[in-house]
Design a protein around this ligand. Structure first.
Ligand SMILES: Cc1cc2nc3c(=O)[nH]c(=O)nc-3n(C[C@H](O)[C@H](O)[C@H](O)COP(=O)(O)O)c2cc1C
Length: 175
């Protein structure tokens, strides 16, 4: 099979990671694919913040868990790296642009044997004062909102079998 198509069809969300860190070089390769995603009117008003410092990831999970009432144990599935996709609060295409970029990140990671999952909880909590304080500390502009986060690492468990809605595909048949 065409290897690009195979990569697309075999990516799965991973929700459990080993302690093995993701090499800086691989993180660089992965995040570089984000800026090659399409963006509305090619504005590229996004930012992709890479964090592979475990205490900071753990701290972020704690404050997000608190802000989102998920309890003390909330841990983003314990990734060894995360990439936070943000965009200008006023950007009309911010969500779509970051979503395209995140998919590049997931597919690039998969092609390198690195697991990933979209973590959505920062979207609703990024303006919580404690969360925002930490986002500012890691370099996210205060006029940006978080559209999604990629949790990255080596899979500790095999992913779930795919459950895809084939009914979603509709070929128009001219009469
Ligand atoms: C917008 C969006 C938000 C998501 N949020 C989460 C999340 O917060 N936590 C999680 O475990 N998975 C999250 N996912 C992953 C989906 O649950 C996953 O893609 C879906 O179950 C299909 O599985 P697959 O990725 O293995 O094909 C999210 C996916 C998208 C596109």
């Amino acid at each position: 099979m065409n290897p690009v198509i195979e990569n697309l069809l075999t990516r799965r969300s991973i929700r459990g990671f080993t302690h093995r860190p993701v090499a800086k070089e691989d993180l660089q390769t992965i995040v570089n694919t984000a800026i090659y995603a399409p963006s509305g009117m090619n504005r590229q008003t996004w930012q992709f913040t890479v964090i592979d410092h475990l205490p900071t990831i753990e701290h972020l999970a704690k404050v997000v868990g608190k802000a989102d009432n998920r309890g003390e144990d909330y841990d983003f599935y314990k990734p060894t790296a995360v990439i936070i996709a943000t965009n200008h609060r006023e950007s009309r295409h911010g969500c779509a642009d970051c979503s395209c970029a995140l998919q590049n990140i997931f597919l690039a990671a998969h092609s390198l044997g690195i697991g990933s999952v979209w973590i959505n909880q920062l979207n609703a909590t990024c303006d919580n004062p404690e969360v925002r304080d930490l986002l500012t500390k890691v370099g996210i502009p205060t006029d940006h909102v978080v559209y999604g986060m990629a949790a990255l690492g080596y899979a500790a468990l095999p992913p779930k079998e795919p459950n895809k809605n084939t009914q979603a595909i509709c070929f128009y048949q001219p009469k």
